[in-house]
Design a protein around this ligand. Structure first.
Ligand SMILES: Nc1ncnc2c1ncn2[C@@H]1O[C@H](COP(=O)(O)OP(=O)(O)O)[C@@H](O)[C@H]1O
Ligand SMILES: [Mg+2]
Length: 294
């Protein structure tokens, strides 16, 4: 069993060993969440490392990761458990003398699964993209997170002996209710600074040479000021660098940018806006910015 980190510095180091680069403020949040046993609520644009944080915390602590991917129409019963109706019917037809509410007919969904610790301790429960669900589901979650117990009418109430480590994320396509946020430690995950993003890129795509990595990060940072429909996230920065390495590019040029823009921008309108002279202008200003940093 891996012990929980005993300080903010140790938390930051633990995450960094899993190649997750974060500011002290995020490390503080994770440290407090683990120490005080509070759920974490991460909000931010797509591709800034929210989902990844949950994966990394699970890996770093040797815990199971249980993911509840939210979507429109997700309801409480699908999130907790279901009875395997088909198997129940089969057993009945076969004339078996069975308890229809036996464990073998119970399909454990993420919330029920997360209540069962294993030898390594309680799992990490990732409730991903909560903004895709609706208010009734939020209300249900609020309750589930406050007492970590669920009731299965045929079986009674199941209580988690130790609460899981809970990480909720939202891409903020809508506001999530205050009550749920108040239950959690909240953190807005922003796009990283130039220096931080370069560190992330070096951790995640070490095969990209220093010059190329700096240009990619500077270019993407400039792109985020270009008033696009969808800004590129850190995921796109990493993808782009990997594409460029695969093409043996050692530096950016208007030609290579034109050929690979689809790794960074995912909307045709954005690509049309940036392709051509605008890409050259951004490249020039990215290079000017890099010279300032030297
Ligand atoms: N701080 C970070 N340290 C290391 N990698 C990161 C970081 N932030 C983002 N990434 C990378 O970006 C990818 C996308 O992040 P993800 O967690 O899926 O974004 P989100 O859930 O916020 O949309 C991750 O797989 C990871 O490779
Ligand atoms: Mg995500």
């Amino acid at each position: 069993m891996i012990n929980l980190p005993t300080s903010i510095d140790k938390t930051q180091a633990l995450l960094s060993r899993e190649n997750y680069v974060c500011d002290r403020s995020l490390a503080t949040l994770v440290y407090l969440a683990l120490t005080l046993n509070r759920p974490v609520f991460l909000e931010g644009e797509a591709g800034v490392g929210k989902t990844e944080l949950a994966k990394v915390v699970a890996r770093a602590l040797g815990r199971r990761l249980i993911r509840l991917q939210c979507y429109e129409g997700l309801d409480a019963s699908t999130a907790v458990y279901e009875w395997n109706f088909a198997a129940q019917m089969l057993a009945l037809r076969a004339g078996e003398d069975v308890d229809l509410y036996d464990d073998r007919f119970l399909i454990r969904r993420p919330l029920l699964e997360a209540m069962q610790p294993d030898a390594a301790g309680p799992p990490v429960l990732l409730i991903d993209e909560i903004d895709r669900t609706d208010e009734p589901f939020e209300a249900f979650l609020l309750e589930a997170l406050s007492d970590f117990q669920v009731t299965i009418p045929e079986r009674g109430t199941i209580v988690a002996p130790e609460p899981p480590i809970v990480i909720l994320t939202s891409n903020r396509t809508r506001e999530v209710h205050d009550a749920l946020k108040r239950r959690c430690l909240y953190h807005w995950v922003d796009y990283p600074s130039f220096t931080r993003e370069l560190e992330i890129l070096q951790a995640r795509a070490p095969e990209a040479a220093q010059t190329l990595s700096r240009e990619v990060v500077a270019f993407v940072q400039e792109l985020r000021n270009a008033d696009l429909f969808k800004n590129p996230g850190v995921a796109e920065t990493i993808d782009w660098a990997k594409c460029l390495v695969a093409l043996d590019a050692v530096a950016l040029s208007p030609e290579v940018i034109a050929d690979t823009l689809g790794a960074v921008l995912k909307y045709q309108d954005d690509i049309a806006k940036i392709a051509g002279s605008e890409a050259t202008r951004i490249l020039n200003s990215a290079r000017a910015e890099l010279r300032q940093r030297q």
